[in-house]
Design a binder for this molecule. Structure first.
Ligand SMILES: [Zn+2]
Length: 129
């Protein structure tokens, strides 16, 4: 699983392209930030994670169906992922970050509202500097 996560999943690659095209300069998987967010701009305290709908248990999403076998194993695994997501989010927010959680299915259907918000926060922050 970690191999899959670190290689950059497709929605993550699409997101990076989108941000690059918008002129955003960002870092990927910064080790100095809680949970190594997929994309972050430390200077402007912005961070984004794209969550796979299955691994992170996206509620009411067609991509998330608990497998029929080993139900307990999967439920516990996904619950742990969600708990980690929450704790990383709180750590980032405590450090003063604006944090954006984006779902794989949003990117896949071209719903880029949160990314647009991220981009506008980025330019707003840069304007102040
Ligand atoms: Zn989803």
């Amino acid at each position: 699983m970690s191999a899959i996560k670190n290689s950059g999943t497709k929605p993550e690659i699409l997101m990076r392209k989108y941000l690059t095209q918008a002129g955003v300069r960002y870092r990927c998987n910064s080790k100095s930030l809680p949970g190594k967010p997929d994309v972050s701009v430390k200077k402007w305290k912005l961070a984004v994670n794209v969550h796979g709908c299955f691994w992170h248990g996206h509620k009411n999403c067609k991509n998330f169906r608990l497998p029929k076998s080993n139900v307990r194993f999967w439920r516990e695994k996904i619950t742990r992922n969600r708990e980690r997501d929450t704790s990383n989010r709180l750590d980032l927010e405590e450090a003063g970050f604006r944090y954006f959680e984006i779902w794989q299915c949003e990117i896949e259907r071209g719903d880029l509202e949160k990314l647009d918000e991220f981009i506008s926060e980025y330019w707003k922050a840069r304007g102040i500097d």
